[in-house]
Design a protein around this ligand. Structure first.
Ligand code: C2E
Ligand code: CA
Ligand code: CA
Ligand code: CA
Length: 276
């Protein structure tokens, strides 16, 4: 199924814009998708290299389009951000995460969700999360919120305020895509972050490139010096896996381990009998 999903997003993403008469049509379709809840989440497992077990996964958004089939975020997230519709989509994502966590009572599970830059400027989102939190106060310790550094840097003071509120509700915060662009760990010290997710750009091919290996190794080391758990993303090959394990990464995520899948499948494969 995961394979089919990937193909679907590759086939449909370019055509989606071509076939939609124009941007306005795509906006209207996205509007309808929000109103009729055409979104679902797929989950990509993370392997804990310390315990050699899987009890975490990243939630990745999919649009179940009535005629184009399953579309990955590359096909619509940017437009959702440009139009502000991402705010509603983030609420849908968090609501779905909360309901899944609610169904997994007593399971040793942790799910991560992606927030976009706009979410860190949206006081309404914090109010929305407080509302979810009030009804399910135990859920937040099962949730990691992933933010990119560039999102946090758009308005650092505002982002710091929002992230501090989230941390005080017991959410974990992860810095996503680290090393994919301009990154400075120095700044990260100010934010209540507990995990560093190293972008696949630093991981892929590092096993065949001495400089790449040195950069990856020192990035993992820096993360650890700052007291962060380190996840390496985009691990596709056995050689890349062997390398990140040797270099001391705490978690591994990537097609080598598994592609994203519907929650039911993740649960059957990895969570059965896995209690707190
Ligand atoms: P991301 O947060 O960096 O998520 C990882 C992306 O890399 C996912 O693509 C995943 O399927 C893909 N991936 C995982 N392992 C491998 C691998 O070994 N090799 C390669 N080449 N790719 C791998 P996806 O699902 O298409 O998501 C793309 C981006 O869309 C995400 O990047 C994230 O920035 C954004 N996104 C996904 N879901 C959400 C969401 O709910 N809200 C927001 N705001 N953004 C989202
Ligand atoms: Ca992410
Ligand atoms: Ca990432
Ligand atoms: Ca990304």
């Amino acid at each position: 199924l995961a394979k089919k999903t990937r193909q679907a997003s590759i086939v449909f993403e370019p055509r989606l814009e071509q076939r939609s008469a124009n941007r306005l049509e795509l906006i209207a379709q996205l509007r309808k998708a929000i109103n009729e809840n055409e979104f679902c989440l797929h989950f990509q497992p993370k392997l804990n290299l310390r315990t050699n077990s899987i009890n975490q996964a990243e939630a990745l958004l999919r649009w179940n389009h009535p005629t184009h089939g399953l579309i990955g975020p590359g096909g619509f997230i940017e437009l959702a951000e440009q139009t502000g519709m991402i705010k509603e989509i983030s609420r849908i994502v968090l609501t779905q995460i909360y309901s899944i966590i609610g169904l997994c009572a007593n399971q040793n599970i942790r799910l991560s969700a992606n927030l976009s830059a706009m979410d860190l400027e949206d006081n309404g989102l914090i109010e929305f999360i407080k509302h979810l939190h009030a009804r399910q106060p135990d859920a937040s310790r099962h949730i990691v919120l992933e933010i990119t550094e560039s999102a946090a840097m758009r308005d650092p003071e505002q982002a710091l305020d929002i992230l501090n509120q989230l941390a005080s509700m017991n959410f974990q915060i992860a810095v996503d895509d680290f090393g994919s662009g301009y990154s400075s760990l120095a700044y990260l010290k100010r934010f209540p972050v507990t995990e560093l997710k190293i972008d696949r750009a630093l991981v892929q091919g590092a096993d065949m490139d001495t400089d790449g290996q040195i950069i990856l190794e020192s990035t993992i080391e820096m993360g650890h010096i700052m007291g962060l758990l380190v996840t390496t993303e985009g691990v596709e090959t056995q050689a890349e896996f062997d390398l990140v394990k040797k270099l001391g990464a705490d978690y591994v995520q990537g097609f080598w381990l598994s592609k994203p899948m519907p929650f039911e499948e993740f649960k059957l494969k990895h969570l059965v009998g896995n209690h707190d």
